[in-house]
Design a protein around this ligand. Structure first.
Ligand code: PMP
Length: 358
């Protein structure tokens, strides 16, 4: 039985990448050693990390005045690292509360002693839409505005970015990096864990405008942007395997046409599912149409028992990891880059049968 993995992250990776890892594992490029055994202080790894950086630059058209850095610590690590590195003038951050992960970023900054002003929130409507674009932000008040470009749990995404009136814009792109096109230069910093669209868990990308990187005292070295920029992301041991595997996925992305091709495919995949849900009398996607995500689609019947029966039925047909997040309930299909169109076709076919036979 063909298995399709709709997990929200870690998530499905391209078959070609898995096969390449498998074939290269015993001896990488004729060294007689696996990627897991080589030094990060080797010419071989320098080539791997530099190539991954360059491929990221090519794929996202990252301008030269941005650094591309690799961290550990996940998106959650960056919830702390971003304020520690950037909120140095006002110690005050603006936030658009679009869901669980935006709120978490705010809570972490607050916990570290920064003032966080939530400019707008859609919590009252269970984050079924993006918060209304705010009126003009005051100048020279906030160190930055934080947004989450794609809300993994609630299934909303920014297709247009909010105006910031000169305030730096920070994007948590963990769940839609390279799944749809954004202009890097519209952001001052983008961060993303790679474990959804780009690789195995363990690498967090930070793409940051060089002019924002400053010397900051009394922060952990492993979160110090200036130090990571100076040391090519290797002031200490980086996640060697994970950077290698991410590099392979970037090559795969380049080969199949880059972000433009991915976005077209992701639109096709998500439309197939949304079209089914919109005509279904059983399942419902609660998200405002204009704000719907291309990568995460929550849906439910309104009855937890029927939701579970649907999950069980799908699982029996090799359609896996469709349980919704506990805060939303129901089901959720994550349609990241490596999910083929055929996977979504199989999902929609089975949902159709489930509804028909109920
Ligand atoms: N931001 C978003 C949008 C996420 O989806 C997640 C994880 N699902 C995180 C941040 C947290 O990432 P991590 O688990 O890598 O800390």
């Amino acid at each position: 039985m063909t298995v399709y993995n709709f997990a929200a992250g870690p998530a499905t990776l391209p078959d070609q990448v898995i096969t390449q890892i498998q074939s290269e594992l015993p001896s990488l490029r004729g060294t007689g050693m696996s990627i897991m055994e080589i030094s990060h202080r080797s010419a071989l790894f320098d080539d791997i990390i530099n190539t991954a950086q360059q491929d990221l630059r090519d794929l996202m058209s990252i301008p030269d005045d941005y650094e591309v850095l690799f961290f550990q610590g996940g998106g959650t690590g960056q919830f702390a690292a971003v304020p520690m590195n950037l909120a140095t003038k006002h110690h005050r951050i603006a936030l658009l509360d679009s869901g669980h992960w935006a709120a978490k970023a705010g809570a972490e900054a607050e916990n570290l002693g920064y003032q966080v002003d939530t400019l707008a929130s859609t919590k009252a409507t269970h984050y079924d839409r993006l918060p209304a674009r705010t009126s003009t932000l005051p100048t020279d008040t906030y160190d930055y505005l934080h947004i989450c470009t794609n809300n993994t749990i609630e299934g909303t995404a920014y297709h247009d970015l909010p105006q910031t009136n000169g305030t730096p814009l920070i994007g948590d792109m963990s769940s839609n990096i390279m799944a749809q096109h954004y202009n890097v230069s519209d952001f001052d910093l983008i961060f993303a864990g790679v474990q959804k669209n780009l690789g195995p868990a363990g690498v967090t990308l930070v793409i940051v405008k060089k002019s924002l990187i400053k010397k900051v005292d009394h922060i952990p070295s492993v979160f110090n942007y200036q130090l990571f920029a100076k040391k090519n992301s290797m002031p200490n041991t980086p996640p060697v395997f994970n950077i290698y595997a991410t590099g392979l996925t970037l090559k795969w992305l380049k080969k199949i046409g880059g972000i433009e091709a991915m976005e077209a495919l992701n639109k096709k995949k998500s439309s197939l599912l949304y079209d089914f849900l919109d005509q279904s009398k059983l399942f419902n996607n609660p998200v405002k149409h204009a704000d719907r995500s291309l990568t995460n689609v929550p849906f439910m019947t309104g009855d937890p028992k029927t939701d579970q029966a649907a999950i069980d039925d799908l699982t029996a047909h090799g359609l896996l990891n469709l349980k919704g997040h506990r805060s939303v309930g129901g089901l959720r299909a994550s349609l990241y880059n490596a999910m083929p169109f055929e996977g979504v076709q199989a999902l929609v076919n089975e949902l159709y049968h489930f509804e028909k036979n109920l």
